[in-house]
Design a protein around this ligand. Sequence first.
Ligand code: ZN
Length: 374
Amino acid sequence: MRKTIKFISIALILLLLVAGCSGNTSKTKADNDSMSDNQAQQNNEGKVDNNENEQEKDEEENSYVDPKEKIDLSLKPNEAGQIMVLMYHNIGKEEAEWVRTPENFKKDLKTLYEKGYRPISLEDFVNNNINVEAGLTPVVLTFDDGNQNNFNIIEKDGEKIVDPDCVVGILEEFSREHPDFPLKATFFVFGSNPFRQPELVEYKLNYLVEKGFDIGNHTLEHNDMSKINDANKIQKVIGEQAAFLESYVSGYKVNTYALSYGARPKDKSLYSYLQKGEYEGKSYENIAVLNVGWDPSVSPIDKAFDPYSIHRVRASETKVDGVGMYDWLAVMDKNPDRRYISDGNPDIVTVPKKLEEKVDKDKLGDKELYIYEE
Ligand SMILES: [Zn+2]
């Protein structure tokens, strides 16, 4: 019996050594602690002699490394940098103000990927729950209006398949070829016929959520809020739409809202209804309200970050209202200091000293702030 336990203890030490050498950056202090507890328990049961105990104590102390020390500062992590929330509308045969061709959309994804951008969900962005590989930059993909070219089901050889030239089809193919480019995007839809194949509404909404995409609110009738001056009407067009979408997807909460035309009510006292309200006994609450255009968003831990007024970048090459995605990519290339660069550890917010002033410490939650000198 004693021999077996001794053997287990030795096996555990070996395991610890291997774990310590693997340099696995995802190991947190908590993981190490629980491992030590486990080991201590084994030791007590086995009544291992003092010498071995001492030795194991040393191993324990050596195995704990401050996770901050594992952050690679040569990658110049900057989690106070800017993040692009890209705004798309249609995919179609001819490039136009609100249309990207399938080829150009694929080119956008390839460009983003090669320049080190990786999609995260809008909710993770707003909650500063950003888990992107060290040295890379998060990006948020959004698609407005829920046209059929966003998510189209076609028949091929008697089978229903996702149109490879619609947004969902293109994203799925790209993610299959680039597994580190996850299926994260939000589709802002309005009305009772999202994606315009009425018999498939339930199927499509569930499909999106199962794949990891999100469904956002774009009001009941693509309403222009600057023309509504009534609290009840505002709550109806947001609340009824949220309830409609949620009725199809069990357990899913629609909690993000993209303003149609980027318009807000003229009366500022009505703004609160964009965030939350109630319609016919059903409440809604949006954690994010998105504008139309015009530049990259500040980091969610920036003092200037307002989740109820998130800026978006038009994903287009046509310069209809100033600058689009490619202009901003060029700006970020020229000014790498502006860009959010992940430290690879979602529990730590790493910021260069010169940007310390930007950080709103109240927004850090349970995350640790790590300021470093460049
Ligand atoms: Zn719209």
